[in-house]
Design a protein around this ligand. Structure first.
Ligand code: ADP
Ligand code: MG
Length: 697
């Protein structure tokens, strides 16, 4: 069955085979549905005329009404430009052309009324508008007052005369034909409750707004719908899983109690205790657990994972933990080994570098059930790795793994899926978590172990370096160690490497009495390891490095993190780097070094770092600054191809849409009530279209 919106774009009046091929290739537009969902990314306001006296250079595109009083060409030969002095009853402004002077000169007349549209700018002291659109004033354009949609296009399209205006015309043609085919996708009671615009009006107004207010309503409606269906899908997934996938019921707490009473190395924080309770409740519930555990660096996730493993092992099951890198897997293994040996449990490490004999032994012990805990990297996912009875699978730093890998780990237990605990130290803003992990339950460790002193963060300009060096010297003399981190990115690798080496030289000169380590990604692995090792042992006092130390290094005696060219790092990265210090009981410091010249965004980043250590505040700011596309984990999810909603800005709509979806599923989990038939129909249509499940048609 094909509907109206499945029509190929080439059949739309004004398109034809050649333009269709272009639209396919350049914009991924194949069908009527694709075109109608190709929304403008901004609008030019032609509803209002500004007075010249109101104009400021930082205004967006504006519209003026007035007369050309005088024109002249200035400059000579190739540098020539045409200046028209354009006035209304409040003042005068220059309209400037650098290209096509002859043609424009012929077209323009003085002392007749024009409508001018363009973006104010400045040359020297004069505010002007370069290359404005200019039309003779008519009754139509004076009264018309419309919002002109702007669609993004490509160079190729523009060269073939398909620009924003062309697309706009095609949209108008299409909407004329399509209007009566546009179905309402939301239930009428929901449309009423949230005062949403009807779907067909929303679509028409997003392409041809009747005015600001209609545009706002149309945008709101389409965002709501988009987020609603995403949330509905995620919540439904969760519901299905809870009903369909039974979980092993773990209700033997003997091992846990034993560990608590005899071997607990420190008092757990309130947050750790709460989280363990949440997890234990899931593991006994009879449903399979899928829980995300968020906790900032150093919040103590490892011991939580271990305690949950005890719950599974106490019941005769096995547990596994997977980390994204060998360094991290090693670190986990070393940490867990101590706990495990106290509990007389068998634990092994499996990574890409495990020897064949070792592997064989591990495989055997896994199958006969004598190995209780397996720690490893992706190597865990290989088919040869089979468990006798995997009860709990933990994934660390989830954002580095794809959903497919998560699923693969799931299937390691044939009869009943293992409980899953996914851990991340990357704080994810709530709105994003609801979309990325909307099908998971979320626990948060929002408290650091007692006795940790909050890291003090300071900002210094490069010119203050001597003072900073003086401070480092003090710290080293107190017996502490220091990291100095330099940016090194692919695009400017050569320059960056030179900076790093220069930095190393200058530190060497400034601290002739201390041994210094240097580590960067271009070094051989064994050289790197040697340098790291010296620092870990305290033989070197300063570690000059690139961000290779971002994850995995744990040196409690290091109390100062100096970040050079801090303006070049993103917030998430700065936060991760800062997390390398403050791991012991001593007061730690983070020093952000920057140039005097900082962009507005860089200033915000630095200010945020100085004012807070709260990972969630930082993540929220990051989301607002950069948008969701750049936040780690979002790319693989495939959920970020939103056509209109913006997770950075539309948190409120998302909340509403999610709670609306929750209510509906609560009352009608199978979506079979008559009042929800629009939803069921829309989900059916979405399933049909593989390419983009949010399309309308
Ligand atoms: P992360 O959440 O970053 O994985 P870890 O689990 O590595 O943190 O814990 C960081 C450090 O804090 C470890 O040395 C760990 O032993 C210690 N730790 C964890 N919980 C507590 C606690 N409740 N009290 C004191 N120290 C703790
Ligand atoms: Mg950890």
């Amino acid at each position: 069955m094909t509907g109206f919106f499945d029509n190929k774009i080439e059949f739309l009046k004004g398109v034809g085979p050649q333009r269709a091929a272009l639209l396919n290739k350049e914009l991924n537009i194949f069908t009527y549905a694709d075109l109608i969902q190709y929304y403008p990314f901004r609008y030019e306001d032609r509803t209002k005329f500004y007075k010249i006296a109101e104009i400021r250079e930082d205004m967006p595109f504006i519209q003026l009404k007035g007369k050309i009083r005088y024109m002249e060409t200035v400059g000579h030969a190739r540098r020539q430009r045409l200046v028209a002095y354009f006035g209304d009853d409040t003042g005068e402004i220059q309209l400037v052309w650098f290209k096509g002077l002859q043609w424009i000169l012929k077209k323009l007349r003085t002392n007749i009324d024009y409508v001018v549209f363009g973006k104010p700018g400045r040359i020297g002291r004069n505010i002007n508008i370069a290359h404005p659109e200019i039309e003779v004033l008519t009754e139509k354009n004076e009264a018309g007052g419309y919002l002109q949609p702007v669609y993004s296009t490509t160079e190729t399209l523009k060269n073939r005369y398909v620009d924003s205006k062309t697309i706009s015309k095609l949209q108008r043609t299409l909407i004329g034909e399509a209007f009566r085919h546009i179905h309402e996708t939301l239930p009428p009671n929901l449309v009423n409750q949230y005062s949403l615009l009807a779907k067909n009006l929303a679509i028409a107004n997003i392409h041809y707004p009747e005015g600001q207010q209609m545009l706002q309503q149309a945008t709101y409606r389409l965002k709501f719908e988009e987020l609603f269906f995403i949330q509905l899908r995620l919540l439904k997934l969760k519901l299905t899983r809870q009903q369909k996938f039974r979980g092993i019921v773990f209700n033997n707490a003997d091992l846990l109690t034993n560990f608590y009473n005899q071997h607990l190395p420190f008092e757990l924080t309130g947050a750790q205790k709460r989280v363990i309770k949440e997890i234990y409740r899931d593991m006994r519930s009879g449903s399979q657990m899928n829980r995300l555990l968020q906790g900032d660096v150093g919040s103590g996730k490892t011991i939580v994972a271990f305690i949950c493993m005890l719950i599974a092992i106490g019941h005769g099951s096995q547990a596994a933990i997977m980390a994204p890198t060998e360094i991290l897997a090693n670190q986990h293994y070393n940490g867990l080994k101590d706990y495990a040996s106290k509990m007389k449990l068998d634990i092994a490490l499996l990574t890409g570098s495990s020897k064949t004999a070792e592997r064989k032994e591990i495989h055997e012990k896994l199958l006969n059930g004598s190995l209780h805990i397996l720690v490893g990297t992706h190597a865990l996912l290989e088919d040869v790795v089979q468990f006798e009875n995997l009860g709990l699978a933990v994934i660390d730093e989830q954002h580095r793994f794809g959903v497919a890998q998560r699923a693969k780990l799931w299937r390691k237990n044939e009869s009943t899926y293992p409980h899953m605990l996914v851990m991340t130290a990357t704080p994810i803003p709530r709105t994003l978590a609801m979309t990325l992990y909307g099908d998971l339950d979320v626990s948060v460790i929002d408290e650091l172990p007692a006795g940790r002193k909050a890291i003090k963060t300071m900002h210094h300009y490069d010119a203050n370096r001597l003072k900073v060096f003086g401070f480092l010297k003090q710290q080293i003399e107190m017996g502490r160690q220091v990291y100095m981190v330099y940016p090194l990115i692919e695009e400017s690798a050569k320059m960056d490497l030179k900076h790093l080496e220069d930095g190393y030289e200058s530190v060497n000169r400034a601290f002739p009495d201390y041994a210094i380590s240097i580590v960067h990604g271009k070094m051989k692995a064994d050289a790197k390891e040697y340098e790291m090792d010296r620092f870990v042992k305290g033989e070197t006092k300063i570690m000059v490095a690139t961000t290779v130390i971002e994850v995995g290094v744990n040196v409690p005696n290091a109390t100062v993190m100096v970040i050079e060219n801090a303006e070049r790092f993103g917030l998430a990265q700065l936060h991760q780097l800062r997390g390398r210090v403050g791991r012991g009981g001593d007061q730690s410091y983070c020093i952000l070094m920057t140039d005097y010249k900082l962009s507005k965004e860089a200033k915000t980043r630095i200010k945020t770092m100085v004012s807070t250590t709260d990972g969630f505040v930082i993540a929220d700011t990051d989301l607002k600054l950069r948008g969701p596309g750049d936040i780690s984990g979002t790319q693989q999810s495939g959920l970020m191809d939103l056509s209109i909603a913006d997770l950075g800005k539309d948190g409120q709509i998302l909340q509403l849409a999610r709670s609306a979806a929750e209510k509906i599923l609560e009352e009608d989990p199978t979506l079979s009530l008559a009042k929800n038939k629009n939803i069921a129909a829309q989900i059916g249509r979405q399933k049909k279209s593989v390419v983009n499940w949010s399309r309308i048609s």
